[in-house]
Design a protein around this ligand. Structure first.
Ligand code: E4P
Length: 215
């Protein structure tokens, strides 16, 4: 399973990219709004920081608007993937953009049926939202597992991005459930690298070294 960073903060993306573990970036209108910077500028910068797919989400509400926005965003850089919300307009736009050779990421997926529609419309990626389902006492990872089973069973090539990730355990569970990608906030990426036993072990190695050699 690959890891994408779920962020529109260019500094975070730069730091994560330096670790060599990030294969792409996903953004959404909330993340872009949080940074308060122009979407197109941000996408351009992100594409220079990470050598991989950069998802940029459309904000138009109808298929025509989504297609127009999608074409314009895709022209920014070859790495750009157009993120579209599932729904009738999103599906129509996904179908048109993918036929034109533009990569798409269908987002806000909360059921296997929605994932199947997205895949059949030609989506390159489908993004089930794990954490937002868990917030409602549903099981986000079961959804990822179900989509993975259906895609395998029916030879569907769309990749599953486990999104709305809240913890390192979500990442591990998404990997076991068959997601192709987990898109993680920077905070979760930092948590993934840490373990209290790693800290204790390192402190002991350093103390034993110092006790024996005095430096
Ligand atoms: C996915 O691509 C979305 O940007 C994101 O994962 C949403 O996560 P949230 O539920 O933390 O907002």
């Amino acid at each position: 399973m690959k890891l994408f960073l779920d962020s529109a903060d260019c500094e975070e993306v730069r730091l994560a990219a330096e670790l060599g573990v990030i294969s792409g970036v996903t953004t959404n209108p909330t993340l872009i709004a949080r940074e308060g910077k122009d979407l197109r500028e941000t996408v351009r910068t992100l594409a220079t920081l990470v050598d991989g797919p950069i998802s940029a989400e459309v904000v138009a509400e109808d298929a025509e608007g989504m297609i127009e926005e999608g074409r314009e965003l895709a022209a920014i850089h070859p790495s750009v993937v157009i993120k579209l919300p599932i729904g009738l307009d999103g599906l129509r736009a996904t179908q048109v953009l993918s036929r034109r050779g533009i990569k798409t990421n269908v987002t806000l997926v909360f059921s296997i049926a929605q994932a199947l529609l997205a895949a059949r419309a030609g989506a390159t990626y489908v993004s089930p939202f794990v954490g937002r389902l868990d917030d409602l006492s549903a099981n986000g990872i079961s959804l990822v597992r179900g989509i993975a089973e259906v895609f395998t069973l029916h030879g569907i090539s769309s990749e599953i991005i486990a999104a709305s990730i809240r913890s390192p355990q979500d990442v591990a569970d998404a990997a076991c459930a068959g997601a192709h990608v987990a898109t993680v906030p920077y905070r979760v990426l930092l948590q993934m690298a840490a373990h209290p036993l790693t800290d204790l072990g390192l402190a002991r190695f350093r103390r034993d070294w110092k006790d024996a050699f005095g430096k």
